[in-house]
Design a protein around this ligand. Structure first.
Ligand SMILES: [Zn+2]
Length: 279
């Protein structure tokens, strides 16, 4: 393997690692586009031994955002943040992080497209050095923008700002994802349920809301969720309707999987008792 191949293998591996978010089991993640819409995102994989979920951010740094909430939405307080406020905050988040995501895209294209072409066709010429300097200049600009945005939003977090600015300036895989930390910190106090309800008509969000509603119904505690659905003008009644079953079949009240005679609890939803047709 040549030095260039080794460099790109490491760059790709480090970059992919930057795209991953490790969170406790039961966490919720949302992918957004420029802060306008948020869609529920399934974990890329589970680390069951470590009780962790691993979420992958959109691979291209622009326009995607990823926010991970290490909370159980069924027990998280709804808080005073209304859907209207959420939309305003979301748009603000998109606007604030736009320069970092655009610079991230430029860095991504520079390192994964422009630089390999220059290296292949112009190896041994001044153009390779120009390409290296261009990459470093982009990273330095990203680090400066990050420093200014972070200082404005989180003036008290000086230590974090210095460390992250250093990483952004000298590690290109990190500077490509410079906006991720800002997104995580800005959305930390949001309730994931409000993100779901903010775009409830999208199938992914509807599916997840329906599941959370059935979980709350099964636990006999729908108070918080019911008030949110009411706020978003969503009728949850159809989500609890039992599926059509044969006489000896049962279904899981959470995931709706239908079982023939045999098990009494759902394989996927630990401890949840199966129900027969109540009609
Ligand atoms: Zn189930």
């Amino acid at each position: 393997m040549t030095d260039a191949q080794t460099f790109y293998l490491l760059l790709a591996a480090f970059y992919l690692y930057e795209c991953l978010s490790f969170a406790p089991s039961g966490s919720q993640a949302f992918a957004g586009k420029g802060g306008k819409i948020w869609r529920w995102r399934e974990p890329a994989f589970h680390l069951s031994g470590a009780h962790k979920e691993v979420f992958c951010a959109p691979i291209i740094p622009w326009p995607g955002l990823l926010s991970v909430f290490p909370t159980n939405p069924a027990t998280a307080p709804i808080g005073p943040l209304s859907l209207h406020h959420l939309r305003k905050r979301s748009l603000l988040l998109g606007k604030i992080t736009a320069p970092l995501r655009e610079l991230g895209l430029l860095l991504f294209l520079h390192y994964f497209l422009v630089f390999p072409i220059v290296y292949y066709y112009y190896l041994g010429t001044i153009w390779v050095i120009v390409a290296i300097l261009m990459g470093e200049l982009l990273a330095l600009i990203t680090a400066c923008r990050f420093y200014c945005i972070h200082k404005r939003l989180f003036p008290e977090a000086k230590g974090e700002r210095r460390i992250e600015t250093f990483f952004n300036a000298f590690f290109p895989w990190h500077s490509m994802r410079a906006s991720d930390l800002i997104v995580r910190k800005m959305t930390a106090t949001w309730n994931p349920l409000i993100l779901l309800a903010g775009d409830a008509q999208h199938p992914k969000n509807t599916r997840q809301l329906a599941r959370l509603w059935r979980e709350a119904t099964y636990a006999n505690d729908t108070t918080g969720l019911a008030s949110l659905l009411d706020l978003a003008d969503i009728d949850p009644a159809p989500w609890n309707r039992p599926p059509g079953l044969d006489a000896d079949q049962k279904f899981c009240p959470i995931c709706r999987t239908i079982y023939d005679a045999g098990p009494t609890t759902c394989v996927d939803c630990r401890g949840v008792s199966l129900q027969g047709n109540q009609s």
